[in-house]
Design a protein around this ligand. Sequence first.
Ligand code: SF4
Length: 275
Amino acid sequence: MTPGSGIIESSMSDSPRAELIKLETDRRLGHEWDEWDGSPLPRNGDFDSPPKLFFLWSAAATAVGLAILFGVLWLLRPHLASIHPLLVTGTTVAVATLAVLAWTWWALLGASYLLKRPLLPARLAERGLYLRLMSWTSRVASRFGRRDWVENASVKVYNALALIRARKVNTGELLLLVPRCLSRDALDGVLAVAKRYAVPVFVATRGQLARRVIKERRPRAVVAVACERDMVSGLHDVAGKVPVLGLVLKLPSGPCKDTVLDLVQLEDWVKAYVA
Ligand code: SF4
């Protein structure tokens, strides 16, 4: 059974080896929260973080990635040398060049964000390479228990980059994608915004369905709402295919239940796309 919040019942039989632990959930968890143990989330599920946090962690993640690459190269040196001595020099130069390119790209990304100017093509920024950096940084941060904060910052940077290039679309061409975990009030607020701008809304019961509706409806732009975890994996899968702006949720009741969002920000995102 999927772990979640709620009562933990433990029934012990006479045999000390037979133990049944049953977790009763009062919610259906998204798979991103599979490991949640039911304890309250820090800061009531508000992971608001400054964008600079992403740049710090992404620099660390880039350094880790390059260190792994150099480590593998070091281990392979004897083997490469036994094949041909020039192979060691060639691969060392290739990895060193990759390192220079990676840091140059990272610096240009930072400059694009700070100057609010598209210094990189979309495929090398928010609709391509940036999404990979975001996922890798998230994996590194999760090792240190900082995943949600770093993802929050990374979505902010993503949105800033996406807004630099945001195009106007007709109302019917924009799709508003919201998760099933919204509180009643939050959902009412979303529907009111959608009605005001005549934008279709899709309530996604699973991340896979959200991806499918994008494939089938082929919107020209999407405003998506999700928690940081679902947002980062969703952007990774979808933002390369269609322009997306992402609004992250707050989780005052824990994950996947009665979540809330900033409706003013949602309306701003909708206005950013709708002509
Ligand atoms: S968006 Fe909502 S339902 Fe989906 S994983 Fe996040 S908290 Fe759970």
